[in-house]
Design a protein. Structure first.
Length: 509
């Protein structure tokens, strides 16, 4: 039986609704969508707060969406509602969200830039699944320009090399130009300077000249695709680079009113059209690609995919690989020991799988364990002594594709406690975490400590191992004639937490 799902996005320039049907075959069909403009970003990026009038507009729009949803038999409680950068940066965010909940019943989750990237990637990957653009192992750039940010993902040979959310949005630039009484040419110089200042660090992750696919996601690039490109599949358009440049040059002299009339778009979309396409154009100039691919999707489709009871298995597997690839690339930037990290990751997964029947943790926890295993020694870049503290700090202050702030906290805590005999329960920073989070950290830390101990020498001497549970003993069977003196010593030092949490005595053979 088909299932209805609904999502709402409260963005910098408007409030947007999407209703979709999830079929028994786990496909999605869009049934309804609405968008109503509201100047949240203009308020926040000017004064730091959402004004009373704007809050009233948001509540009015959400009340209309509530009525629209009721026609589908859906309630606010059944609707996933998120807010992006503008609400996130508002000084009065909490009162705004509380008022929305009291007046409409919609409980709003505020997401950060990396979460935005994660959802956008899900939407784009689903949009491109019939066109193997991302699966060819090519270098690609996924770019989404919105009112409050420019979100960028770099993919090297099919694997995530970096994900960033930059404070470069159309509303932000418009506000800057209003303050300076600047022109569109001033906006161009501002964007060029911003990109120039960030290009170096981005090129360290992936040389833009080696990018083969440029994938754009936004209403503005869809407008360009309709008028200057051609469709190549149901939700994918292609624009030749030269045609894109000509289109942008052509519309530069159009007023907002002309854009509304010519392209049949809202005034809000027309306001952002010039600057949005300018940002895409300037990023495009960093590459040698000959065409733009425009994905007709959004973060809202990503939210729908996330809610599917059993999403596309290949999509989830690919997404999982992108998260671990992003973590490994992050380690590479800090000159970490990649062979040790990959070895510890594999052993950690082996141990996790062996304990699957009693560990009471899901696939998401396994993924967090893998990321922690990859990054646990990243702090050695700062200093070998107390490197677990440095690892925790680096992770806590990093952007890792696919991980929410809560995920980052869990991974950083696992890295913090992965060495030494320190008891996490003795630390206030640990005890204030929710109970479920504390148990995830304790279980995954216990596993990581054992996996790390099995490569005490960083030489990967134990080539293969299998794990067997019998009564109160967990036996790690290995191949070869290697002597396990160092590993046994490390297990003796690091095994206490594992034995305390899981109740198994450890034996290596």
């Amino acid at each position: 039986m088909a299932t209805l799902v609904a999502v709402i996005e409260i963005g910098s320039t408007g409030v947007r609704l999407l209703v979709a049907e999830i079929t028994d075959e786990h496909n999605k069909n869009i049934l309804d969508s609405s968008e109503l403009p509201v100047p949240i970003g203009q308020d926040v990026f000017t004064t730091g707060t959402v004004s009373r009038d704007t809050i009233t507009q948001v509540i009015h729009h959400l009340t209309r969406f509530k009525e629209q949803l009721s026609a589908w038999g859906l309630t606010p409680q059944q609707t996933r509602t998120i807010a992006t950068r503008a609400i996130r940066e508002a000084k009065n965010r909490d009162p705004v969200l509380d008022r929305i909940y009291v007046k409409t019943g919609f409980r709003v989750s505020v997401i950060d830039g990396i979460e935005n990237n994660r959802l956008t990637y899900l939407a784009v990957a689903d949009c491109l699944k019939t066109t193997p653009v991302l699966s060819k192992g090519q270098n690609a750039l996924i770019l989404e320009v919105s009112g409050g940010s420019t979100d960028l993902m770099l993919i090297e040979k099919g694997r995530m090399a970096g994900a960033h959310s930059m404070r470069l949005g159309t509303v932000l630039i418009q506000q800057q130009m209003r303050t300076m009484l600047g022109s569109l040419e001033d906006a161009r110089r501002y964007v060029e300077e911003f990109i120039s200042n960030t290009k170096g660090s981005l090129n360290n992750e992936l040389d833009f000249k080696k990018i083969k696919q440029f994938i754009a996601v936004s209403t503005e690039t869809r407008i360009a695709a309709i008028h200057a490109g051609r469709p190549i599949s149901t939700f994918l358009w292609e624009i030749k680079r030269n045609d894109f440049e000509i289109f942008i040059d052509t519309i530069q002299n159009y007023s907002i009113e002309e854009c509304v009339a010519r392209f049949k778009i809202s005034y809000s979309d027309a306001q952002s059209l010039h600057i949005s396409l300018l940002i895409y154009q300037l990023f495009l100039k960093l590459t040698n690609v000959e065409r733009l691919l425009v994905a007709e999707t959004s973060i809202r489709e990503g939210l729908v995919i996330e809610q599917m009871a059993a999403p596309d298995t290949s999509l989830l597997q690919n997404f999982h690989k992108q998260i671990t690839a992003s973590a490994m690339n992050h380690l590479r930037k800090y000159r970490g020991d990649e062979r040790h990290a990959e070895y510890v990751r594999k052993i950690s997964v082996t141990l996790f799988n062996a304990l699957q029947s009693e560990i009471a943790l899901d696939d998401r926890a396994r993924m967090l364990l893998e990321v922690a295993a990859i990054l646990h020694d990243i702090g050695i870049f700062i200093a070998l002594d107390n490197h677990n503290l440095h690892s925790s700090y680096i992770i806590q202050n990093s952007e890792i594709f696919g991980l929410s702030p809560e995920d980052i906290t869990i991974v950083s805590q696992i890295a913090y406690y992965h060495r030494g005999t320190h008891n996490p329960q003795d630390d206030i920073q640990f005890t204030v975490l929710p109970r479920d989070t504390r148990m995830i950290i304790l279980k995954l830390t216990a596993i990581l400590r054992i996996a790390d101990a099995l490569d005490r020498s960083h030489q990967q001497r134990i080539k293969n191992c299998t794990v067997r549970l019998y009564k109160d003993t967990m036996t790690i069977h290995t191949e070869g004639n290697h002597r396990f003196v160092l590993e046994k010593q490390a297990l003796a030092q690091k095994g206490d937490m594992f034995e305390a949490i899981f109740g198994y005595k450890l034996i290596i053979m």
